[in-house]
Ligand binder design. Structure first.
Ligand SMILES: NC(=O)c1ccc[n+]([C@@H]2O[C@H](COP(=O)([O-])OP(=O)(O)OC[C@H]3O[C@@H](n4cnc5c(N)ncnc54)[C@H](OP(=O)(O)O)[C@@H]3O)[C@@H](O)[C@H]2O)c1
Length: 313
């Protein structure tokens, strides 16, 4: 009886990184959490979560994905916090454990990995969450909740999802005490955030500067008119047309509001980690190229970021 109840209420958190551990910690007071990661040989993950001056010590149940056994583990709800490029393979490794209509909630930046997951798991109920919460890690076990924001959530394919499923998903995420907003068209949020990330993140990584400084650079000044035109084209292709001046205003607004922030791409670059450039400007130039539309600025930025690090693959 206890086991049956556990299957119903357990929330699996795939990808125990900065954002995954923030959400796991936040949800753990109301939900049974099970972290799924790649580290082997442990059954509890002990980590700290810092919010302002307060440091919470956490210890949550942990399972290495490689040691899951189908008879023992059933996954009904999984929140996914891997980087974009890791998302599809990570979820595919969970395939034998997912219930037929499991709920998958994707938190990645970009949109390419979302579409790949929806295609690979047609029977699952796939949600996307677009968050402005900020989390980073001083070391693998010390998470800092660096900025409070809002998380918008909606079904990737609303026509495949019942209203009750969205209500369940929202209720689950609200248990975190983070700000949650259900949205009808989450794809619009995903595409808009993608365009803004394309316009800001690569410059911060290349110039090694906070968001607020990019617009002063010669690189931004020379590339922005072409990049802006490509991003307007991209949003039009996606079905969310936007006038160029409106897109520019949105980008400049984010640059100003986050002027002191270091983008995740810059943080990855400085830490010598692989960046998500392929899921951001890489996805943009490939999408434009497929439709034979101009894409030189996105391609150039993608190549420049790849050349910064060893992440040339
Ligand atoms: N951090 C933020 O504030 C924030 C905000 C908005 C959106 N996002 C998006 O959220 C996603 C995660 O960001 P993050 O900053 O949390 O990244 P992160 O700290 O690098 O965390 C990613 C985690 O995924 C794990 N992972 C990778 N492949 C796996 C697999 N096959 N099975 C299980 N675990 C696997 C990694 O484990 P290893 O240690 O083994 O590599 C790592 O723990 C990104 O797409 C990012 O753009 C982040």
């Amino acid at each position: 009886m206890k086991e049956a109840t556990e299957v119903i209420t357990t929330v699996h958190v795939l990808g125990p990184g900065a954002l995954g551990l923030l959400w796991a910690a936040k949800l753990s007071s109301r939900q049974t959490i099970r972290l799924l990661g790649r580290q082997e040989g442990i059954s509890t993950l002990r980590f700290s979560l810092q919010e302002g001056d307060i440091v919470y010590r956490m210890a949550l149940p942990y399972l290495p994905v490689s040691s899951l056994v189908p008879q023992n583990e059933t996954i009904k709800t999984v929140l996914v916090f891997t980087k974009s490029e890791d998302t599809l393979p990570a979820l595919q490794s969970l395939q034998p454990y997912l219930t037929p209509s499991a709920m998958i909630v994707l938190f990645q930046n970009g949109i390419g990995s979302h579409l790949a997951v929806a295609e690979a798991f047609p029977d699952c109920v796939v949600f996307a969450a677009v968050t402005t919460e900020g989390a980073n890690r001083r070391d693998p076990l010390s998470v800092v909740h660096a900025g409070r924001g809002i998380t918008r959530v909606g079904a990737l394919f609303p026509e495949r999802v019942r209203a009750a499923d969205l209500a369940d998903c929202v209720a689950l995420l609200k248990g975190s005490d983070l700000k949650i907003e259900p949205v009808v068209d989450i794809r619009k949020s995903l595409w808009t955030k993608l365009a803004i990330n394309c316009a800001i993140n690569p410059f911060t990584a290349i110039l090694s500067c906070p968001n607020g400084e990019i617009t002063e650079s010669d690189l931004f000044r020379s590339l922005w008119p072409t990049l802006k035109a490509e991003l307007v084209e991209l949003l039009g292709l996606a079905g969310y047309p936007v006038p160029a001046n409106e897109l520019e205003a949105s980008v400049m607004d984010v640059v100003q509001r986050t002027a002191h922030n270091r983008s995740s791409m810059l943080q990855d670059r400085l830490a010598g980690r692989r960046t998500e450039i392929d899921a951001i400007n890489g996805f943009a130039w490939r999408t434009l190229a497929e439709k034979r539309r101009p894409h030189a600025a996105n391609l150039q930025l993608c190549q420049m970021v790849k050349e910064l690090n060893l992440d040339l693959v």
